[in-house]
Design a protein around this ligand. Structure first.
Ligand code: AMP
Length: 268
């Protein structure tokens, strides 16, 4: 287990769980992990305009602040940090963080600037809250990878903890965006996790891709953005003969909702 600066200096360790609110069981699991890692837990709630593209769902993103506070209270969160966009981004802003080449592949290809926006707000949150530990979900695997890269490349004094994806009993990964899904969308959305399930049965890259792809192709009302098998650290596509860990990641639109999911598997 990583020990934060606060713990090393004999102070009380503080763990931060950054969120955009509309909290669900996935967020709760991050909070619980944070409580295991530190004496104090802070949750930030901020729908970060910088990480939304002009045609994305920033204005309709669910905002459920009172219910979020209830969840934080119930989970023993000591600090809720919920700044306004004006507080976070006063006029005249110029400087931000670049995710580098990793920011323009896979998710970055479909959401240009998204990962730069994520890193910029995460660095600001680290500076404002000064946590020893920060917990992020594996659900957003590329986000977690670029955050780990930022912490390493910029020598940030924060221990990053990745948390497993929490799912509905039928396999759908929990997401604040699931509430956009209509009753007709819901069974179609299950194709994402089913595709990943089929992929992990295989152990060679071409077979993994083919098995997952077959599930998605069988769902004509799903609009696929990408299905990729990538190196967990760089998000570069792995070769057909790759052995070791890889991430099978998918993004697709179901009705008006864009969903992402991924699974880590071992090839070879
Ligand atoms: P968000 O509020 O969607 O920005 O997510 C805040 C944090 O919760 C991120 O680190 C996400 O990866 C994580 N998260 C979102 N959905 C899940 C899930 N189903 N299981 C675990 N963590 C999740």
């Amino acid at each position: 287990m990583g020990v934060g600066a606060g713990a090393l200096s004999g102070g009380t360790a503080l763990a931060l769980v950054p969120t955009m609110g509309a909290l669900h069981e996935g967020h709760r699991s991050l909070i619980r992990l944070a409580r295991e890692r530190a004496d104090q837990v802070a949750v930030s709630i901020f729908v970060n305009p910088l990480q939304f593209g002009p045609s994305e769902d920033f204005s309709r993103y669910p905002r459920t602040f009172e219910a979020d506070l209830e969840i934080c209270r119930a989970e023993g969160v000591g600090i809720v940090f919920a700044p306004s966009a004006e507080e976070m981004y006063p006029p005249g802003r110029q400087v931000g963080v670049s995710a580098g080449a990793m920011g323009s592949v896979v998710e970055g290809e479909f959401r240009p600037g998204h990962l730069d926006g994520v890193l910029t707000v995460v660095l600001k949150l680290f500076n404002l809250v000064q946590p020893d530990v920060a917990v992020f979900g594996q659900k957003d695997a590329q986000q977690l990878a670029v955050i780990r890269r930022m912490v390493a490349d910029l020598n940030l004094p924060v221990t990053v903890v990745g948390a497993p994806t929490i799912r509905e009993p039928d396999g759908l990964a929990l997401s604040s965006r699931n509430r956009y899904l209509s009753p007709e969308d819901r069974p179609v959305a299950l194709a994402l996790s089913r595709a990943l399930d089929e992929g992990v049965r295989e152990h060679r890259a071409p077979l993994v891709r083919r098995a997952a792809r077959a599930v998605l192709d069988a769902e004509p009302s799903l609009v696929l953005d990408y299905l990729v098998l990538v190196d967990p650290a760089t998000f570069a596509e792995v070769g057909d003969d790759h052995t070791g860990e890889a991430i099978l990641a998918v993004a697709a639109r179901v009705g008006t909702t864009r969903l992402i999911d991924n699974v880590t598997l071992t090839l070879g």
